[in-house]
Design a protein around this ligand. Structure first.
Ligand SMILES: [Zn+2]
Length: 225
């Protein structure tokens, strides 16, 4: 998930404080965010207000949420995809033992496994090399697929250079393994496709300098919001 990622505990604390009567202004002060950020979060989490009374989640919605969670392997993404609010989830988790049990089972499986994005099989943690893991979606590339990709999918002239770089992007040092991270030529080195697209016609020095400006610029931006 892009942006800030909160834990269940942080969401629960936030909701509890609001319901115990902490004002939006005070919540904003405690969290170091703006009042409108607090408002947005209340809406996003589906916290009931006078204007928006609580609606119990329907059985099919809860079922769809569990399916989405299994499919996407991302909690907030699954809420969004199934149009279930966090508040409704919290309610169902507390009030419906069957839902709690089903959710806990899904959660435990997802947190202890990774799904290979190439062969779609689910593997225990140790079968997905660390460099090939995507933590936020609990997905990655399994050893078998990584090994096969080396010989099967890369064009012959790329293979030698890919091996030489150990499968890592010349600019970011991250694995080049398909999709936007597929290997692409940049002069006589390989880098991730997404990096190649960003770099455009810039020389190496200019590109690195531009990246530095982006990092500094976005850090400064973060301080004012
Ligand atoms: Zn695989």
């Amino acid at each position: 998930m892009a942006g800030k990622e909160y834990s269940f505990q942080q969401h629960n604390d936030f909701i509890r404080k609001y319901q115990e009567g902490t004002t939006r202004k005070e919540l904003a002060r405690q969290l170091g965010v703006t009042v409108s950020a607090v408002n947005n979060r209340l809406v996003r989490l589906g916290v009931p207000t006078e204007k928006r009374p609580f609606q119990k989640p329907k059985e099919p919605t809860l079922k769809r949420f569990l399916q989405c969670y299994e499919e996407l392997r991302r909690f907030m993404g699954a809420l969004k995809a199934s149009a279930l609010t966090y508040y409704q989830f919290q309610w169902a988790y507390k009030k419906l033992p069957r839902f709690r049990k089903a959710f806990t089972e899904h959660y435990n499986v997802i947190q202890s496994t990774y799904r290979c994005t190439l062969c779609e099989k689910v593997f225990p943690e140790e079968d997905i090399p660390k460099h090939a893991r995507k933590e936020n979606t609990r997905t990655g590339q399994c050893r078998v697929c990584l090994a096969e990709r080396r010989t099967m999918i890369l064009p012959r002239e790329m293979k030698a250079q890919w091996e030489k770089q150990g499968g890592l992007c010349a600019y970011t040092g991250r694995p080049m393994n398909g999709g936007k991270d597929a290997a692409a030529w940049d002069g006589d080195v390989l880098c991730r496709k997404v990096v190649r697209e960003m770099k455009g016609k810039l020389g190496k020095e200019e590109f690195v300098e531009l990246c530095r400006e982006v990092v500094v610029g976005s850090a400064a931006d973060g301080q004012t919001t």
